[in-house]
Design a binder for this molecule. Structure first.
Ligand SMILES: Cc1ncc(COP(=O)(O)O)c(C=O)c1O
Length: 415
């Protein structure tokens, strides 16, 4: 058998739909300025699928800062890993400002949220340590786990009683190995929009000795009175030992950071392999991030506008009887019942007949028989966008209930 035989036989759970879906449901191309309206397949559509929560992607000051940094430094500088030759004052300044914003002693940059997260996990635990994590953890947390040589225990999503059981098991294990315990949760769960129960998890610190790592990819910039994250929202910043944020969402950039006590961040700086053995973030990313952070700190109106849109959309959909699950964040899942085929028919109808572009999530990401249409409100949406979308969703739901959609995959051959 040749190694590559599998590549033509089975493309995997998502790849199996490649022929029918590629370029439309998967790998679609959105063109034009990043905003509430963009071009898809040559037509303007109302876009609800970008994590540009605060609308900073196309903010004139952001565009100017990005362009000036690219003109001044190019995309190459600095060359090499931070440790070898890629260090600059601006990288350090960004870290100081991020740390101050999330109220931690220290912070360190990572080049991508995904890679940074698994790198933090693999650097902070060794084979004596035990990880306890939420069953709905993002893929980057799961990959971090794969790089862990010690034991790991999973608790059902946000089930704190079960977390306690897992912590008891972990405690028994570490009593033998002499290691410590790391609990990992997300701040905002990116598919369902519900929050990791940070307050209840932290309450368990009175019974168990563990450290808490929070991946707040969707909470950074959106949650809490100053937007500093889900732990600020819960008022528990001092009890979250490691706070992780990415630049890919509210910051509309790329990269991320880990923040915590000075000595722990120093340890990560010298032990995160993805940073020691990889090139430093280029200057436009760093200077661009500094500008974005400044706007997040000094212009709360973007967050306020985001929440105006979130509240209008979520309250409006709920009023019309839509099931939004357990969301408490801007992430707005609309949960319907139907097959993967029907899900594609609905999405096709929304895109082609209503010019609404949202993401569709089907099995295996959600259970069989469930269709999840995920809407991401942002500060650049308008209340008219919201009203139009609710009306369209009402019509589409009615059609689904009337069995107007077939269970075949939507045909995208002619679009
Ligand atoms: C919870 C969580 N962690 C990490 C990431 C990865 O972040 P990045 O896109 O910055 O690599 C994501 C992105 O979807 C996420 O939702």
């Amino acid at each position: 058998m040749d190694l590559f035989d599998k590549c033509t036989v089975n493309l995997g759970p998502l790849g199996q739909y490649a022929d029918q879906a590629e370029g439309y449901f998967m790998f679609p191309k959105l063109e034009g300025d990043i905003s509430n309206k963009m071009i898809f397949k040559g037509k303007e559509r109302l876009i609800w699928s970008l994590n540009n929560y605060l609308g900073l992607a196309n903010h004139p000051e952001v565009r100017k800062a990005d362009a000036e940094a690219a003109a001044d430094y190019g995309m190459a500088y600095p060359m090499g890993a931070r440790m070898m030759s890629g260090q600059t004052d601006y990288h350090e300044q960004l870290e100081r400002e991020l740390a101050a914003y999330v109220k931690r002693e220290s912070a360190y940059l990572v080049n991508f949220g995904y890679q940074g997260m698994f790198s933090v996990i693999s650097a902070i635990v060794d084979r004596k340590d035990v990880i306890v994590y939420d069953s709905e953890a993002h893929a980057c947390i799961i990959d971090g786990m794969r790089m862990h040589f010690g034991k790991r225990f999973v608790y059902p999503h946000n089930n704190i009683d079960n977390l306690e059981i897992q912590l008891r098991r972990a405690q028994k294990m570490t009593a033998q190995t002499g290691g410590g315990i790391l609990v990992i949760t997300e701040g905002v769960y990116g598919m369902s929009g519900d929050l990791g129960k940070l307050d209840e998890i932290i309450a368990l610190k009175s019974k168990f000795n563990f450290r808490l790592l929070v991946d707040d990819a969707h909470g950074f910039g959106t949650m809490g009175p100053t937007g500093a994250g889900t732990d600020e929202y819960f008022g528990v910043q001092k009890d979250v030992d490691l706070y992780f944020g990415t630049f890919a969402k509210s910051m509309a950039g790329i990269g991320g950071f880990i923040a915590g006590d000075k000595h722990v961040i120093k340890y990560l700086m010298y032990n995160m392999r993805s940073q020691i053995f990889a090139k430093s973030l280029p200057m436009p990313m760093v200077l661009g991030a500094l500008k974005r952070l400044e706007l997040i700190r000094t212009q709360p109106e973007h967050r306020e506008k985001l929440w105006t849109i979130v509240n209008a959309l979520q309250q409006g959909l709920k009023k019309e009887g839509f099931d939004l699950g357990r969301t408490e964040s801007p992430v707005t899942p609309v949960i319907l019942n139907g097959t993967v085929g029907e899900a594609t028919q609905i999405t096709f109808d929304l895109r082609e007949n209503y010019n609404i572009f949202c993401s569709i999530v089907g099995y295996p990401v959600v259970p069989k028989g469930v269709i999840l249409l995920r809407l991401i409100p942002t500060a650049v949406h308008t209340l008219e966008d919201v009203a139009y979308t609710i009306k369209a969703f009402k019509e589409v739901k009615h059609k689904l209930e009337q069995k107007a959609y077939t269970t075949e995959m939507a045909s995208i051959a002619n679009v």
